[in-house]
Design a protein around this ligand. Structure first.
Ligand SMILES: [Zn+2]
Length: 368
């Protein structure tokens, strides 16, 4: 079993992610291979110039010189896959980027590469290395190599590449434990930060599709500003998480929050503190309640709303445009500000911030 590279990026794991990462490493040491791989081997194709090239199984026929993806147009290969690094073969991506690779680093990591290199004699020349052409672009090929190479942490893979790699897990026979390790590191990187740095929908759905309940709950806190009526967002949520429940969980949270707004308003005792002219008619009273709700809704979009001053929080004393409630000087003139602030703090504490509907499967239950 190959060593998982916890030396370089492992120190950045925090909290529950550490436990998850440990579970992944334990799983790796047990050696769980859930994904099978078709036993096709490398084939040699003739190039237009007559020379033979080695083609990995699954690679399509027309790749040389094809610039298929704009986002990797200027991909610069970093060590240890660049030309000055040690290696005994070359991988060329669909967009024509060349990686230098050590075969014996890949063989223990994936049956795909074990079979790919099976009949290839060890190279004798340092200048004319065997070349393999892949139908994935440089960004993805790099992510694949990072995940499979020993002593490399998947920390620097972006969430988009991670998702694409997950789709190709079977193709490249990436062991389940290896893939889980990569997912946990990348999801964990966002979990441990003060706010997710990757695209929030993608981090949330990646955590969801892998059954990371704590992480999914955590990320839902950052999603209050997301437009859930945007069809493209809804599509992405459902497609990437593999379940409509990921979307339902968020809409249910929105519903709970809307209902719970009453508790926020109650904490401010409007009936008691509105002046006579603003509470004598129902129309006027409810118009002001509605304004307070709008102000509260906006203030509570923060992932962790804090309240130091009740009036300021709801815009009874305007601090910015969004929260301003146009108030008269008589309303709340005799209110005990400290008492209202404390009541509001308690109400905010109770206000729903994270989802209550969770992914069905718990990916880690296997290892607990
Ligand atoms: Zn008034």
């Amino acid at each position: 079993m190959r060593a998982l590279g916890i030396g370089e990026g492992g120190s950045q794991w925090r909290g529950s992610v550490v436990e998850h990462a440990i579970a992944a490493i334990q799983a790796a040491s047990v050696g769980i291979f859930l994904f099978c791989h078709n036993s096709s081997s490398a084939s040699a194709d003739a190039r237009p110039d007559g020379t033979k090239v080695n083609r990995p199984p699954g690679a399509s026929g027309q790749m040389q010189g094809v610039m298929s993806t704009v986002d990797t147009f200027q991909f610069v290969v970093p060590p240890p896959f660049d030309e000055s690094s040690p290696g005994d073969c070359h991988f060329v991506s669909s967009d024509g980027i060349q990686f230098k690779v050590l075969r014996h680093s890949l063989v223990p990591s994936s049956r795909y590469f074990q079979e790919l290199f099976q009949y290839l004699p060890s190279s004798t020349s340092h200048t004319d290395l065997p070349t393999f052409y892949f139908d994935d672009n440089a960004r993805l090929l790099h992510a694949l190599l990072i995940v499979l190479y020993p002593v490399h942490t998947p920390e620097f893979i972006d969430i988009k590449s991670l998702q694409e790699l997950t789709d190709r897990q079977e193709k490249y026979a990436i062991p389940y434990s290896t893939m889980m390790h990569a997912v946990s590191v990348i999801v964990g990187r966002n979990y441990s930060g003060p706010a997710p740095t990757e695209d929030l929908v993608d981090v949330y759905t990646t955590a969801w599709s892998n059954g990371y309940r704590r992480e999914v709950k955590h990320f839902s806190r950052f999603m209050h500003k997301m437009d859930l009526t945007d069809q493209s967002i809804v599509d992405r949520l459902i497609r990437n998480s593999g379940s409509s429940k990921s979307y339902v969980a968020l809409t249910e949270l929105r519903r709970q929050r809307e209902t719970a707004l009453d508790g926020i308003i109650e904490a401010l005792e409007p009936r008691k503190h509105f002046c006579l002219s603003h509470s004598s008619s129902d129309a006027m009273f409810f118009a002001f309640i509605s304004m307070m709700k709008t102000a509260a809704r906006s203030a509570l979009l923060e992932p962790r709303p804090t309240c130091n001053d009740a009036f300021e929080f709801l815009g009874l004393q305007p601090t910015d445009e969004n929260r301003t409630v146009t108030w008269c000087s008589t309303c709340y003139s005799k209110a005990d500000k400290a008492k209202l602030t404390n009541q509001l703090k308690v109400a905010i504490e109770r206000y729903p911030q994270t989802i209550s509907i969770m992914p069905d499967k718990d990916a880690w239950a296997l290892f607990m």
